[in-house]
Design a protein around this ligand. Structure first.
Ligand code: BES
Ligand code: MN
Ligand code: ZN
Length: 481
């Protein structure tokens, strides 16, 4: 990220970004432009429509649709579109704060998030043909007050955390081993005053984390289990505890049930849940909500080395339940079994897990909507409310009791696959449910949403960093369900 966002006067020569709403007659022209000039350029102020008007001052107009329908996400996306359209400019002044009835602090936060994230790129490994954007400053103009500055600060912190998740997920698998990820968690812990515990391969074995250990056996890279704890000042025994558990497969080859070449091309992204968990814990350390939050990251590679687990092997998870591994490519649920068991032991009042768990999720909901599974409508309501505030869509899928038999095993408490071609994401949720001991729990299958195939306003092709914002909101509103 090469620019910062601040509040103040437009710098000399800055391009000006404006949101343009519409009414029944069409686009409502901003001062200096006429309705007919906009109509001539076919600018109708449809949401997301962009018009660049050159002149002494370059104006970047972004349509936001009906004025009454503008939300924080409209502003986040509009700011993202402006930054993309301003790619040749050195400064951009965004005059958005007048446009809506929205709270100025939240508006400034959303605009900052959209602007900073639209400027994201992963250029670390490029030596050629890469022109860095000249944009050095984005200034929010208009009514400035303490709320606006606070919003910019919060938006910047959140955008930086999301960008860090994107960096980690975009990073090649050889450069983000479980040990590297644990080192990142150590940094976050030191920077934001979180308690940290890292279990190495010996601890993981000694502590009976048989799922994580089993998956790790096919790789030379030792696994890690990270636990980060945030405790609010003045916490008592009645302070609610929220647990976040992240799947952290730093590369998923499928193991002995090897994926195809195409199938493993993107499998560096299989640690998205862990990256989101760790980065969110850093934000929670900064924002200091009133609840205790514990983050667990289950980190390993899934490779078919000589010591790898084999189809037919039986593993025992931390909570003592046995798991027959019939497909080593269904490894996420095996490592999460231990993470969820630990969250239960730590007496979390509610548990949310994030995992790029099933390809079937992409089939069901595509790349824009996360699948939500739960055993507790009340807690799920909190997660849904947080996701709405963050504009990171989720859709609930059922865990029908009648489908539990899909994971019945002939030798163990359960098997790690369901019935081929049938409700694969639900079978995975059923499996995870075996490890939460009835505690309020939400499982988020982010297999579709952790990765974007194309740029779109503040989303860049590649890792998305989705749900950092949802989890931060959740920690703010969380109450014992
Ligand atoms: N990490 C994959 C799921 C995945 C697929 C994430 C595509 C993102 C994009 C997971 O470990 C996996 O391989 N799941 C299997 C489970 C099956 C063997 C029961 C799948 O979905 O094919
Ligand atoms: Mn897999
Ligand atoms: Zn996986």
């Amino acid at each position: 990220m090469s620019f910062t966002v601040s509040a103040g006067e437009a710098p000399r020569g800055a391009a000006v970004g404006m949101t343009v709403a519409r009414n029944k007659q069409g686009a409502i022209p901003p001062s200096g432009l006429t309705a007919s000039a906009l109509a001539r350029r076919k600018f109708e102020a449809k949401p997301g429509q962009v018009l660049v008007v050159p002149g002494a001052t370059t104006r970047i107009l972004v349509g936001v649709g009906e004025a009454s329908a503008i939300t924080l996400d409209t502003l986040r996306r509009a700011a993202g579109a402006m930054v993309r359209a301003a790619s040749g400019e050195s400064a951009l002044a965004i005059d958005l704060l007048g446009v809506s009835r929205l709270d100025k602090r939240s508006a400034a936060q959303a605009i900052t998030e959209g602007a900073v994230l639209a400027g994201y790129s992963f250029a670390k490994y490029r030596t050629q043909n890469h022109e860095p954007s000249p944009l050095v400053s984005v200034v929010l103009t208009g009514p400035s007050n303490r709320g606006v500055v606070a919003g910019i600060e919060r938006g910047t912190a959140i955008a930086n955390a999301v960008a860090k998740v994107r960096d980690l997920v975009n990073e090649p698998p050889g450069a983000k081993t479980p040990r590297d990820m644990a080192a990142y968690a150590e940094e976050i812990s030191a920077a934001h005053g979180l308690e940290i515990r890292v279990w190495d391969e010996h601890d993981i074995e000694r502590e009976h984390c048989g799922g994580l250990r089993g998956v790790s056996l096919g790789s030379d890279q030792p696994p890690r289990l990270v636990k980060l704890t945030y405790t609010p000042a003045g916490a008592t025994r009645s302070t609610p505890t929220l647990a976040i558990v992240g799947k952290g497969i730093t590369f998923d080859s499928g193991g002995l049930s090897l994926k195809s070449g195409d199938g493993m091309m993107l499998m560096k992204m299989d640690m998205s849940g862990a990256a989101i968990t760790i980065a969110t814990m850093g934000l929670i350390g900064q924002f200091k909500p009133e609840v205790r939050v514990i983050g667990y990251a289950c980190l390993t590679e899934n490779l078919p080395g000589p010591k790898a687990i084999k189809p037919g092997d039986v593993l025992t998870a931390r909570n003592g339940k046995t798991m027959e591994v019939l497909n080593t490519d269904a490894e996420g649920r095996l490592v999460l079994a231990d993470g969820l068991s630990l969250a239960v032991e730590d007496k979390a009042d509610a548990i949310v897990d994030l995992a790029t768990l099933t390809g079937a999720m992409l089939v069901a909901l595509g790349s824009d909507i996360t699948g939500l599974f739960t055993n507790h409508p009340g807690f799920a309501g909190q997660v849904k409310a947080a996701s709405e505030r963050a504009a990171e869509p989720m859709w609930e899928l059922p865990i029908p009791p009648s489908y539990r038999k899909h994971i019945d095993s002939t030798v163990a408490d359960m098997k790690n696959i369901g019935i081929p071609g049938k409700a694969g994401s639900i079978a995975a949720a059923h499996f995870l449910q075996e490890f939460v001991s009835g505690r309020p729990w939400v499982h988020l299958d982010i297999a579709g949403t952790a990765w974007a195939d194309a740029d779109d306003t503040f989303i860049s092709k590649g890792a998305t960093g989705v749900h950092v914002r949802t989890l931060v909101e959740l920690a703010e509103i969380f109450t014992k369900p």
